[in-house]
Write a protein that binds this ligand. Structure first.
Ligand code: ADP
Ligand code: ZN
Length: 756
């Protein structure tokens, strides 16, 4: 059905060095037709992956059937494969529109390393290079051509006329949200793409993006003129990222503590101002970190050098403003830190999304200070544009809400993007925290009486300033005379925020919905103020400072050796190391210790060409390491794991358990108890219970295995009477006989059933 690249062609191509983006095909024979192949087989052959992720399979089928597609997938979700695989399978040329030269170069390098002839056409090339490229295109020797949108219709349409004369089989538009004014990355040059359908009316078009709200989505479809498009929206959950927000105290020391055991890992640190990127990078250098600053004000050549050095793992840390990031394809970014609060959730999610594209466990850390929110408020006010200011302020408020959240952060983020997720992800700071209760009656009385004395006319910040006896001139003189002024000075601002939020969640306070929300008492407040009711508050204590850096128990020394080999090859071929093989692939090798090329083929990321090119080079050190340490191949475990995981994943889209949850699940299936699993994995029982509830939610574990019928009914009744918002009150009602784990299990089951 589809045309394949013939093996001889690949073989010849693969012998050339990858960095010669366009000159390699001079020695190529033509593409020849070759027996048909299923997409999944082609995926294994050309990219070395054993199965599709997210909606890749369905998207690819649509494209192969010549349908227009809009694909929304999170960063790192695997958008590129959606057009690269059809490009390889279809007869003819695929044109890829991509906004940044750096991004194109990266993609072209990666394709070439996999033996797929790809090229880009841009202003950085000499005219000789461009002529050579044209020849190859005419000779049908290029499968993917990357272009910047402004190139397409430049030169009085010469390029477009040239392309129209070629056998174009597919057009892909990457970062498609750039076409919309509503998106956060509007690029006027993308508007030119509206002409594509006119010029290529019969060629399927696939538009891809990681961020598109409803308006942007509509805009993309309209502006590009997609015909009866199939729209695919994947879950935006990034299961391998752990989200944490901590109150900012001494940000540099906090940062050093975080970075201390991550010296060898790559990360991005985002700051608000250009100046602070420079000073922070300098301070980090003094501490011996390989860090550089990056912001829009730097000289272009310097920016390009810094970016390149980061891609090549020569610099470990980029300290950047938001100018850095788009087009950074580096897959082994292990952490993203925000030392200042971002302006909105969209930006935050996109920035944190740059971590862990290779699927390995990664961290997102945000240092939060209410002061940052105030600073940002000033930026959000746009002169003479009250409507826009209101939108920006609302977005900022959502961000503040996220920072002060007393619930699962992942659930909040996904809800923001209109996706359902159960409230215990097992891998955000909230879900990793053990809650201890204490008698908070006095604190509650102080807070409630402050609200009462202020006649229920002020918001969080003012109430807290009053309680803490702030000298701020915003506090009115008459309020400084109140008895409540300063009675809470012993409690930090951040803690007060938490307590007030908790009192709100418990129903002792409420917040109005106005533009300037104020705190009000509720019918429940009175009993507390009169000392008739006790209030229990939560004492925060993160029991798990660190998740283990990775869930795979790989051989570290071997992993480092493999990294060195990769670095040498990458230097030789003049591409970033992750283009050769990703960290995830090297970790798999160091875990499963393949002892032959056939076993190596089972490692994710080894397509035919990569195996032929580098298999042996990586195999030799594995064999000698194994021999020296008396180890043998564990590849059978990988095959078993793959079978298990495909069984467990065909479930709810938005709720795919992470690898760490899968590990828990496997131990559970091996008849270990929650306590045993927690001990074995060095995690808390709460975390393990969180993992198991994901499997109850997606229907893999039957709730009756964990909770008997009688308890299940009791808990269900309690949830129906008291709601599912908070576990604490439910536990209190249900008493000693019912554990938190029981409650979580039943909640997950009720959610699955759709009864809450
Ligand atoms: P996006 O463009 O959506 O941010 P990429 O296309 O760069 O994501 O893919 C992210 C990473 O995931 C890449 O390293 C890619 O090779 C890998 N990947 C993509 N699809 C698969 C798959 N089906 N199986 C395993 N890895 C995959
Ligand atoms: Zn969570």
């Amino acid at each position: 059905m589809y045309t394949q690249i013939c093996p001889a062609y690949i073989q010849q191509f693969s012998q050339k060095s990858a960095h010669l983006h366009i000159s390699t095909s001079a020695h190529l024979t033509n593409i020849c037709t070759f027996k048909t192949m299923e997409p999944v087989q082609a995926l294994q052959k050309y990219f070395g992956y054993s199965g599709f992720r997210h909606e890749q399979g369905a998207i690819i089928n649509h494209v192969l059937n010549k349908k227009d597609v809009l694909a929304l997938m999170p960063t790192g979700g695997g958008k590129s494969i959606c057009y690269q695989l059809p490009a390889v399978m279809l007869n003819g040329l695929t044109i890829v529109i991509s906004p940044l030269i750096a991004l194109m170069k990266d993609q072209v390098d990666s394709l070439n390393v996999n033996g797929i002839p790809a090229a880009f056409y841009n202003s950085s090339q000499s005219s000789q290079e461009q002529i050579a490229l044209t020849t190859k295109l005419r000779n049908n020797q290029i499968k993917l051509l990357y272009l910047a949108p402004e190139r397409l219709f430049a030169n009085e349409g010469k390029l477009i006329d040239f392309l129209k004369a070629l056998p174009v089989s597919l057009i892909a538009i990457d970062e498609a949200h750039c076409i919309s004014h509503w998106g956060h990355d509007f690029r006027p040059e993308y508007l030119a793409l509206a002409g594509l359908k006119r010029e290529f009316p019969d060629i399927p078009l696939i538009a891809l993006t990681a961020t598109a709200d409803k308006l942007t989505k509509k805009d993309i479809l309209e502006k590009l003129g997609l015909k009866n498009p199939a729209i695919f929206i994947s879950s935006f959950n990034r299961a391998n990222i752990t989200y944490r927000v901590v109150p900012k105290k001494n940000s540099f020391n906090q940062l050093l503590a975080f970075l201390d055991d991550r010296r060898e890992e790559s990360g991005i640190i985002y700051c608000l101002s250009r100046k602070s990127t420079e000073s922070l990078a300098a301070d980090l250098k003094k501490e011996g970190f390989l860090a550089e600053a990056y912001h829009a004000g730097l000289d272009n050549a310097l920016k390009a050098r810094t970016q390149e050095a980061f891609l090549r793992d020569e610099i470990r840390i980029i300290v950047a403003t938001i100018a850095f990031g788009m087009g950074i394809n580096k897959s082994n970014v292990r952490y993203v830190v925000h030392v200042d609060m971002p302006k909105n959730i969209e930006g935050y999610y996109q920035e944190t999304g740059r971590a862990g594209r290779d699927g390995l466990p990664s961290d997102a850390l945000l240092l939060y200070s209410p002061g940052d929110a105030n600073k940002l408020k000033q930026f959000a006010m746009i002169e003479d544009n009250p409507e826009q200011s209101r939108i920006m302020l609302n977005k900022l408020n959502d961000m503040v809400h996220y920072c002060q959240l007393h619930a699962c952060r992942r659930q909040f983020l996904l809800k923001y993007f209109e996706e359902d997720f159960p409230p215990n992800c097992g891998s955000c700071d909230f879900c990793l925290t053990e809650f201890k209760k204490f008698d908070g009656t006095l604190i509650a009385q102080k807070a409630l009486s402050a609200v009462a004395r202020l006649k229920e006319r002020f918001g969080y910040t003012y109430v807290i300033d009053l309680l803490r006896g702030s000298k701020n001139e915003k506090i009115r003189e008459e309020h400084k005379q109140l008895k409540t002024y300063g009675i809470g000075a012993d409690i930090s601002k951040a803690d007060w925020f938490r307590y007030l939020r908790e009192l709100t969640a418990l129903g002792y306070l409420q917040v109005t919905d106005d533009a300037y929300p104020v705190l009000k008492l509720t019918p429940k407040s009175d009993a507390v103020l009169k000392g008739l009711e006790k209030v229990e508050l939560v004492e925060f204590e993160t029991t798990e400072e660190h998740q283990p850096a990775t869930t795979l128990p790989f051989e570290t020394a071997l992993f480092n050796e493999l990294k060195n080999i990769r670095r040498d090859i990458a230097q030789h071929e003049n591409v970033p190391p992750y283009v050769i093989l990703s960290d995830a692939t090297l970790q798999e090798i160091a875990t499963y210790l393949p002892q032959s090329l056939d076993e190596m083929r089972l490692i994710s990321g080894f397509g035919d060409i990569k195996l032929a090119r580098y298999g042996r080079e990586f195999l030799l050190p594995v064999k000698s390491y194994s021999a020296k340490n008396g180890l043998s191949s564990k590849i059978k475990q990988k095959v078993a794991k793959r079978e298990r995981s495909t069984k467990t994943t065909g479930t709810t889209k938005s709720n795919r358990p992470s690898d760490t949850a899968l590990e828990t699940f496997n131990l559970y299936k091996a008849k270990k108890t929650v306590v045993e699993i927690a001990a074995l994995r060095g995690l808390t029982t709460a975390t393990i219970e969180g993992h198991l509830s994901l499997y109850i939610y997606n229907g893999t574990i039957d709730v009756n295995e964990l909770v008997n019928d009688e308890k299940k009914q009791l808990i269900k009744d309690a949830v129906e009477s008291y709601g599912d918002e908070k576990l604490g009150p439910l536990k209190e009602v249900l008493g000693e006989g019912v554990s938190y784990g029981d409650i979580k299990a039943v909640l997950a089951w009720m959610r699955k059933e759709g009864s809450i």
